[in-house]
Design a protein around this ligand. Structure first.
Ligand code: URA
Ligand code: SF4
Length: 182
């Protein structure tokens, strides 16, 4: 994990390194049973180097709390480690350049469960796992895919902040995760 940190800090594989302040490598336990994968750092994450430290992060903490987990018990990161300018979506080419880091993080931590947060992260993971996907996140969230590890796509916590029905669905999906890590 130290080597990954060094590599990301020195990385110039895509142009996102030019405008980022601090790359967000990831946070949490290297022995975590669960990895959460968001999309890319936002402004607050870029200023601190801490994943999900803004409003979506507060809700993510609430969701973890809902299943009696702490941030220190899990590992949280993103597909893309540097903030895209003006929070635009990361491009496919940037995801392609950066994906080696998340692959190495999963390889080292060997989690029981990997959860994607949001549509982009879900699509990335399904592609990466070779799962054919014609469905939307509205149909797939909370689905349990069993392979080398369990993969569960989830809504991004940001979409739930102003939408209480999605908030409830996320809570229910977290209860599914709980079953697999206990
Ligand atoms: N949204 C994300 O996808 N990742 C973060 O780290 C913060 C917000
Ligand atoms: Fe390197 Fe990823 Fe940052 Fe691009 S986003 S410069 S690939 S660490």
């Amino acid at each position: 994990m130290e080597k990954i940190k060094e590599d990301v800090l020195a990385c110039k594989k895509c142009s996102l390194y030019q405008e980022r302040n601090i790359p967000v490598i990831g946070q949490g336990s290297y022995n975590a049973k669960i990895i959460f994968i968001g999309e890319a750092p936002g402004a607050k994450e870029d200023a601190t180097g801490v994943p999900f430290c803004g409003r979506s992060g507060d809700f993510l903490n609430e969701l973890l709390n809902h299943i009696e987990l702490k941030r220190e018990d899990v590992y949280i990161t993103n597909i893309v480690k540097c903030r895209p300018p003006k929070n635009r979506d990361p491009k496919d080419s940037e995801i392609e350049c950066c994906k080696g880091y998340i692959e190495r993080q999963i390889e080292i931590i060997k989690p029981k469960v990997v959860c994607s947060l949001g549509r982009h992260s879900m699509n990335f993971m399904m592609n990466n796992l070779g799962i054919e996907n014609k469905e939307t996140i509205g149909n797939l969230h909370g689905t349990v895919f069993k392979g080398k590890y369990i993969f569960i796509p989830l809504y991004h916590p940001a979409v739930a902040i102003y939408n209480s029905s999605k908030k409830g669905e996320l809570k229910k999906d977290f209860e599914i995760i709980k079953k697999y890590v206990d």
